[in-house]
Design a protein around this ligand. Structure first.
Ligand code: ADP
Ligand code: MG
Length: 291
């Protein structure tokens, strides 16, 4: 029994033994012999065993139920965040445009304050980046223009875009394992956004360089795309909350990339799975329905 729950379980059992209650239901987490943590529900009923006072216990594994509850909670959070984000991003964007415009106008008159202007402009661009990521959240519902797309073409356009940044960081992008003629239904820009977000994360996970492998192939139930890096891996604490808004371990991160990615994939009826090992690397597996 997990140490957090031991007291609770002890108390329930003694209440039953002392016949202070008729029956009790307690939820607790347990470690199995294979060191897996499972959630259980324990029903305790007073009974006698060879004439002695005893407790009969029924244990049920409710890990799956618990997981579904967590998923429901998360999707609720996501859709509320999406609605909020869209509204706020629009409201902030307009005044921001005015601020930027007028700042540009005053700039030439204050040459000696150049470094301040640089900071102000770079902070403004950061706000703009965050806003455009937030706006992506709202778009899937609004103006997704679905069409037939060639996956290889989409991915190669994205890698061409990211090539320079990758090269500068000593990173090689390997796209040799992408099959020809993989067709799917989707919104071109949104799908590009998905690959940009995932490949950027892969690149950023390898500060000392390395390799990003991107593969795509037809499977019996759809198209499988994988993006694999040799980076730092995702710590358990982040993995548990992966896809939550503003969850970031990077100094300059927004913590919105994966949330946007998951949202877009959901709108394309795709699924995503993450495998990660600390210091070894991370693989994102994406499954799209074939056209
Ligand atoms: P950001 O990149 O702005 O931090 P994301 O939503 O893209 O936000 O990612 C959230 C967090 O998930 C990152 O800060 C990082 O800790 C973790 N993460 C995502 N992808 C990877 C990866 N390929 N390797 C290691 N960590 C990752
Ligand atoms: Mg990111």
């Amino acid at each position: 029994i997990h140490s957090c729950d031991q007291q609770k379980v002890k108390k329930s059992l003694s209440r039953i033994i002392e016949r202070a209650s008729d029956s009790e239901i307690v939820t607790m987490s347990c470690h199995t012999f294979k060191h897996k943590l499972i959630y259980t529900e324990m029903v305790c009923i007073p009974t006698t065993f060879f004439g002695e006072t005893a407790v009969q216990i029924i244990l049920r594994d409710i890990s799956e139920r618990k997981q579904t509850e967590e998923l429901m909670l998360r999707s609720e959070k996501l859709s509320i965040a999406g609605q909020l984000a869209a509204g706020i991003a629009h409201e902030i964007r307009n005044p921001l445009t005015a601020i930027k415009g007028f700042l540009q106008l005053i700039k030439p008159k204050t040459k000696d304050r150049d470094q301040y202007f640089e900071i102000v402009f770079s902070e403004l661009s950061r706000i703009e980046i965050i806003l455009s990521e937030l706006l992506m959240l709202a778009k899937p519902q609004q103006t997704a223009s679905m069409q037939t797309l060639d996956l290889k073409k989409i991915i190669s356009e994205v890698t061409a875009l990211l090539e320079t940044q990758a090269n500068l960081n000593g990173i090689l992008m390997n796209t040799s394992e992408i099959e020809e003629g993989l067709l799917m239904n989707g919104d071109q820009n949104q799908l590009k956004q998905v690959f940009i977000n995932l490949i950027k994360n892969a690149v950023e996970s390898m500060p000392d360089g390395g390799k990003v492998d991107i593969t795509a192939k037809a499977e019996s139930d759809g198209i499988l795309v994988t993006i694999r890096d040799e980076g730092v891996g995702i710590p358990e604490s982040v993995m548990k909350r992966i896809g939550e808004p503003f969850l970031t371990t990077k100094e300059k991160g927004t913590g919105l990339g994966l949330m946007v990615t998951f949202n877009i994939l959901e709108n394309h009826n795709g699924t995503i799975r993450v495998d990660s090992q600390p210091e070894k690397g991370t693989v994102f597996h994406i499954m799209f329905p074939a056209k």
